[in-house]
Design a protein around this ligand. Structure first.
Ligand SMILES: Nc1ncnc2c1ncn2[C@@H]1O[C@H](COP(=O)(O)OP(=O)(O)OP(=O)(O)O)[C@@H](O)[C@H]1O
Ligand SMILES: [Zn+2]
Ligand SMILES: [Zn+2]
Length: 980
């Protein structure tokens, strides 16, 4: 008879599963009723407008159909989605609403296509028309729930068997038995580190339970593989499981490398291509027993469960003896992002085994599995090894209520907390991250236990072959702070997902800097917690960098990249951080990176969350900090002063700038911004000279130091300094590097108000701002790189003839202090604009943006007015511009262009939307002004505060009431059905 602990656990779990199922059913139903297909697509669960690109029969008789987005333009990438191989999907004819053609299993997802396997039989033949438009919808999987319930009930009924003492230990009724003595091991993998060896020995010596806690990059799989090999060597039969296909396949691949012959049972559609040859279908197809084929196909087709076996397989054996002769693994298959890991089922091939067949169950990625799913395999052995990291994302649960009540608490987390060191061994050496990246995670999530292996501790992007040393490739941590820059998240009324076009632009500029430095795009990942942002990022980046991976955080768990760029999206006046606030999600996001993490966020919004604040603080202390101001020219800084608790409202005192000041600044477009970034990057101090010696006009304040100057005081001081500078005949004012990022931001702002140029240069802690007068152009003071003053003369307004060859980046050793920094060139050549000597010489010279724009697109020279006549210059440029105003787009706009009122440019039809060509922020600012003085409408809890619109609110209330009463009706009828 089950103990009270087991009883109450099972009862509670069954309730929670019921809740979860209800939530899921309700979610699906409300999707179908209230949510447009388009919205479903933006939530990642539906793919619209697909066409058939190929069909073939494969995977042992199944029909494989590959779908691609219907091509409208040249770029045909799938929108961001949560489809993963193994998902069950419905296929619909787009023309024929609601009519499901078939269901199938997703076998492959790339950025451009999805492949689905359909089982065909004599009474069902799927015929698809290449001309037709189709859609795919992720389906709920009821099999999962039934299987989980069954497992729980089996647990409750379990009376005596091999798992008895295991159950006692896992429910805290008895302490783990004393460890057995084991002989010193001869390790298969001789390069295991001490913590891995200890974990292996510990796991083998325990009688019931061992937990291998593997923080990111610590070789958890490596360790698990060693444990399995050792156990097999001892003659034990091992059952391995993992909650996702990928994790199982990963394990199978690694074991296969160790010369274990692998048999992996399961729907072959769910297996990685590389291991399909190990699938039972494949093995059986090669054998000659038709009976086996029929038996197993039946089992496999009935259940979506995989059973993997590593065996000394002899083809042609009857299935029973074949299975007896092997050790194997049941695989609860989860479709991440969908609901539950369907568990290995008792009616799958496992049922053929005697009850006490296994000596040991290994569950990898256990922290991502629902506990109920773990009980399917756990009842089959006397001992279990749980591996995973409960500090990364827990299993996905739809029902918040169920999650809070404990459904998302994994078995691993529960036991690790209960037993601590008695059952847990933590792997402490990590083989992925630069130590600076690791240290934050280690301190905040892993009690500071992690150390970086010497092979990775100091590795940087610039150490990769073919990568130049630049500011970007030389720092492991970069924070681009949008605080005060007005780069707010989108305020779409009915969007749950969030987007932030300003961050998209920053991401884009940063990627360009990395790619220009020679970092291959395939080594870079852009990660954002929001699907909408992932889409915006793809729209603006995918065609330029096809190999760049752009994914949601949740889609990236278990992966790594040399460089990771995180766009945190949230930026609003209420400081609402939404579901970013899951600490473990942030931990996963940051720890994907090997050599470089760039965080792009609004520090003032995200600082409202204690954990995110630690991240921002850590980056501020140990990394390089830049403000978005240093990248983008067109930021309207008023937002900052309005909101700032630290400064007076600048709006009222804002002076009329000179003719060439902020107005023109705010009219700049992509090209302008990029050139601003170029200008920013183009000015680099020769190393080793004291900054003071170079500064033409070093402000002196508090005895020459700005350290400690804060807030109001600081602003006034900066203001005074700049006013003084304006009045003087100096051309440049340099601020010391001691300014923090917010001070720099203020200086940028004040300079912007006065129509002064403001550039940041120098690296890391030595970063400083220079403010300079725009006209007449100042020759670079002595520190300036390039030819002597004189050649640097007045602004080179004439378009520069393209030089024949792009200058290659010299290796960094060769770059002497006198050579100009070539990053300027790189940015330009990225824009299709060859750099010339003359331009380098006047690298700090800001060209009128319109004109630069022309150059970047390689347009013929046009007669340009003098700089004073800037407005005329602008209109001349516009007139001459017959091509799309989007950087790099060469489509003609004479016939089909669209004029954007915000930036006064014409765009082709692909780029005319403000969000796409970079006016989104201003478009929304416009809209905002009309809507409300209050600003953003979000309340604190992730729902929108519509208090400003009583009518709308009443309508919503009615809808909510209706939904609630529907729900309670459903519950009642369900209860009746069950007869309670
Ligand atoms: N002892 C070791 N010596 C050298 N390299 C190692 C060692 N252990 C693991 N690695 C390397 O570290 C990387 C991560 O290993 P592995 O895939 O086993 O980690 P993991 O913890 O399972 O990863 P994840 O965090 O994705 O779950 C691999 O490249 C692996 O080769
Ligand atoms: Zn525009
Ligand atoms: Zn265009």
């Amino acid at each position: 008879m089950a103990s009270a602990a087991v009883e109450s656990f099972v009862t509670k779990q069954l309730d929670l599963l019921e809740l979860e199922r209800d939530a899921e059913v309700e979610e699906r139903r409300s999707w179908q009723e209230n949510i447009s297909l388009k919205e479903l697509q933006s939530r990642g669960v539906c793919l619209l407008k697909l066409q058939v690109s190929s069909q073939r029969t494969g995977l042992y008789g199944r029909l494989l159909v590959t779908f691609e987005p219907r091509r409208c333009g040249s770029v045909a990438a799938l929108p961001s989605n949560s489809f993963t191989s193994g998902d069950i999907v419905g296929l619909y004819d787009a023309a024929n609403e609601g009519n499901q053609l078939a269901t199938g299993i997703l076998t492959r997802v790339t950025q451009k296509s999805v492949t689905v396997a359909f089982d065909e039989s004599h009474d069902f033949q799927l015929s698809l028309d290449r001309e037709n438009s189709y859609r795919l919808l992720k389906l709920a999987n009821d099999v999962t729930y039934r299987r989980l319930k069954k497992a729980l009930i089996a647990l409750k009924k379990y009376h005596s068997g091999p798992a008895s003492s295991l159950i006692e230990v896992l429910f805290g009724r008895s302490a783990p038995s004393p460890a057995s003595e084991i002989h010193p091991l001869t390790f298969f993998n001789t390069s295991l580190d001490a913590s891995q060896k200890e974990a292996v020995s510990f796991a083998l010596s325990q009688k019931e339970l061992a937990i291998i806690h593997g923080p990111p990059g610590t070789g958890k799989t490596t360790t698990v593989v060693e444990i399995i090999l050792q156990a097999v060597k001892q003659g034990l039969k091992v059952l391995c499981c993992a909650p996702s296909n990928i994790a199982v396949d990963n394990l199978v691949e690694r074991l296969a490398l160790c010369k274990q012959r692998i048999l992996r049972l399961g729907h072959p559609a769910r297996l990685l291509e590389s291991i399909q040859q190990h699938s039972l279908d494949a093995v059986v197809a090669r054998s000659d027993s038709a009976q086996i084929v029929a038996d197993i196909r039946k089992d496999i087709d009935q259940v979506f469960v995989g059973v993997m076996a590593s065996v000394r397989v002899r083809h042609g054996l009857l299935i029973r003896s074949l299975l007896k002769d092997c050790w194997e693994a049941a695989v609860p298959l989860e479709t991440p992002g969908s609901l539950f890991p369907p568990g290995a089922s008792a009616d799958g091939p496992l049922k053929l085994l005697p009850e006490s067949h296994f000596d040991m169950v290994v569950i990898d990625e256990c922290a991502q599995a629902l506990e109920a799913s773990c009980w399917i395999p756990l009842l089959k052995a006397r001992k279990c090894i749980l591996a995973g990291d409960h500090k990364q994302l827990p299993p996905t649960v739809v029902s918040h209520k169920a999650a809070l009540a404990g459904l998302s608490l994994s078995l691993m987390e529960r036991l690790a907390e209960e037993y601590g060191a008695k059952a847990v061994r933590t792997l402490t050496v990590q083989y992925r991250m630069h130590q600076a990246i690791m240290r934050w995670a280690s301190d905040t999530m892993y009690h500071g236990q992690l150390t970086a292996h010497p092979s990775v501790a100091g590795h940087l992007l610039r150490d990769l072959p073919g990568v130049a040393a630049t500011e970007e490739t030389g720092v492991p941590l970069l924070l681009v702070d949008t605080a005060g820059c007005g780069l707010f998240e989108l305020e779409e009324e009915d969007e749950q997902s969030k987007g932030n076009p300003g961050e998209v632009r920053l991401v884009s500029l940063h990627i360009q800097a990395l790619v220009d430095a020679g970092v291959p795009a395939r080594d870079v990942a852009v990660v954002s917690p929001y699907n909408l942002q992932v889409d915006l990022l793809r729209q603006s980046l995918a065609h330029r960098h096809p190999e760049l991976e752009i994914k949601s955080v949740d889609g990236f768990q278990g992966r790594e990249k040399e460089a990771v760029i995180l766009s945190f999206v949230r930026s609003n006046r209420k400081g609402e951080v939404g579901f970013l606030a899951e600490d473990r999600r942030i931990n996963v996001a940051v720890t994907r990176a090997r050599r470089h993490v760039a965080v792009i966020c609004d520090s003032r919004t995200v600082n409202n969350h204690a954990f995110l604040k630690t991240l921002v603080e850590y980056f501020t202390q140990h990394g390089e900090v830049r403000t978005a101001f240093e990248y983008l020219d067109d930021i309207v800084p008023e937002n900052y002063s309005h909101e700032s608790s630290q400064g007076p409202s600048h709006a009222a005192t804002k002076p009329q700038g000179p003719a060439t000041s902020t107005r023109t600044g705010s009219q700049r477009q992509e090209g302008g911004r990029e050139s601003a970034a170029a200008a920013r990057q183009g000015r680099k101090k020769p190393a080793g000279k004291s900054l003071a010696a170079e500064a033409p006009s070093q402000p002196s304040l508090n005895g020459g130091s700005l350290e400690g100057v804060e807030s109001q005081d600081g602003v006034d001081h900066f203001r005074a300094m700049i006013a003084e500078f304006m009045a003087s005949d100096k051309t440049q004012l340099e601020f010391p590097p001691s300014l923090n990022s917010h001070d720099r931001l203020r200086v940028h702002q004040i300079a912007e108000e006065h129509g002064l140029r403001h550039d940041s240069s120098g690296e890391g802690k030595r970063r400083f701002i220079t403010v300079s007068k725009r006209a007449p152009p100042a020759p670079r003071p002595p520190a300036a790189p390039g030819p002597p003053a004189g050649t640097g003369g007045p602004a080179p307004l004439q378009p520069v003839p393209p030089s024949p060859a792009r200058t290659e980046q010299p290796p960094r050793e060769q770059r002497g202090p006198d050579q100009p920094d070539l990053r300027l060139q790189r940015v330009r050549s990225a824009q299709g604009q060859p750099a010339s000597k003359e331009q380098q010489a006047s690298g700090q010279q800001k060209l009128p943006e319109k004109k630069k724009k022309k150059e970047t697109k390689g347009h013929p020279a046009i007669d340009l007015p003098t700089e004073e006549d800037f407005e005329a210059l602008v209109s001349a440029a516009i007139k001459a511009d017959n091509t799309c105003g989007f950087a790099k787009c060469t489509a003609s706009v004479t016939a089909l262009g669209q004029f954007c009122q915000l930036c006064s440019r014409r765009y082709c039809l692909s780029h005319h939307l403000p969000e796409i060509h970079g006016c989104g922020e201003r478009a929304r600012a416009h809209a905002r002004q009309r809507i409300s003085r209050e600003g953003i409408l979000y309340a604190g809890s992730g729902t929108k505060d519509r208090s400003l619109d009583p009518a709308k609110r009443a309508q919503l209330q009615r809808r909510l009431d209706k939904k609630l009463s529907e729900l309670s009706n459903q519950r009642t009828s369900r209860r009746k059905e069950r007869g309670t």
